[in-house]
Ligand binder design. Sequence first.
Ligand code: ZN
Length: 394
Amino acid sequence: MNRRFITATHIWPMGGTLPEDPVLVFEGSRIIDIIDVEKVDVSQLEHYDGTLIPGLVNAHCHLELSYMEGKIDSGTGLTTFLTEVVTQDPVPEEIVKEAIIRADKEMQEAGIVAVGDISNRAITASVKASSPINYYTFVEMFDFLNPDRANGFYNQYELVYEAFEHAACGPVVRVPHSPYTVSNQLMSRLAQTIQPGMTGSIHMLENEQEGYLLSGAESDYPGFFELLGFGMDHYQAPHCTSMEQFMESGYQPDHMLFVHNTVADRADLGAMRRYNERKNAYLVTCPNANLYIESRLPKYDLWLESKLPICIGTDSYASNGQLSIWHEICTIQNKHPELSWKQLVEWGTVNGAIALGMQRELGSLESGKSPGLVLLEHTPDELINESILPRKII
Ligand SMILES: [Zn+2]
């Protein structure tokens, strides 16, 4: 197989150690060695101006919502956003499928090599099966806190799960949507589906309203659920926080993605740290979606204080103008210049790969892996900046 000897002004491997003047030796998509430039015949050397990083990992996406670009108003808050999403006029399947194909290609071109994808239907299965992107599919369930409907909803989503399994499009697991949309009954059924080593996911603490609902205070959610035909007369608030509710639920996979955490405070992050003492917890941020929906970002200083690993997601085209992890990194850096580019690239590569259980192949530029290769192109004396577009090299 054809060998390529690739180097650049800088290489950020995100794992392992490098020789003084490193050259990555690729055979096809696999790194078979990392050697010093002295050992390479200069005529074979591919040199790039800029910084090489591993392929990017999108830890949270809803590929099936790719047709919703520009359809939902920005800055209205979560409940209005959700109401608009679920009350959209039906869209022909062909249009939905074309948008899925486009979004998958867009992610490939943006240097993304793996995606944790939330799925409520199986419409993305064939694209995932043929895409070079490694997909981890989270079949997401909810019953709008209606225990009587828990089994019905479970069975409905079980068909989605089976369709993904049948399509052989990578790992597929069943996950709860959020603490404010899943009854204890449905949570218990989901807990029974946990397999050793699997990664789970939940939308967590997206805004204050879920805390109000669970604590028994007034909130926007009963009105929202009623609008969808799910009365809340039966509901008895557990009088606890979202994280307390989750920790009691019994749904505890070995790896757990807590997504958004927009209003998570020290106590909430403390609960995630306790989860992390026995299992592995990851904080997933989707900054552009947070800005789109809620016009605010999470308290990253508290996230860093928790020392939990942080991953990055794009969320969906319902709340984002593009599906690019690099763009998310730029958004965070723009608002938090104290965070280094290298640290943010770590969030957007190796942390996501570990969270999705794909670190054996992806996440870092190390011998034996096929992690993809992305160039952040800049002149030798230029620093990394947000005008750079990631260029996929492998
Ligand atoms: Zn989401």
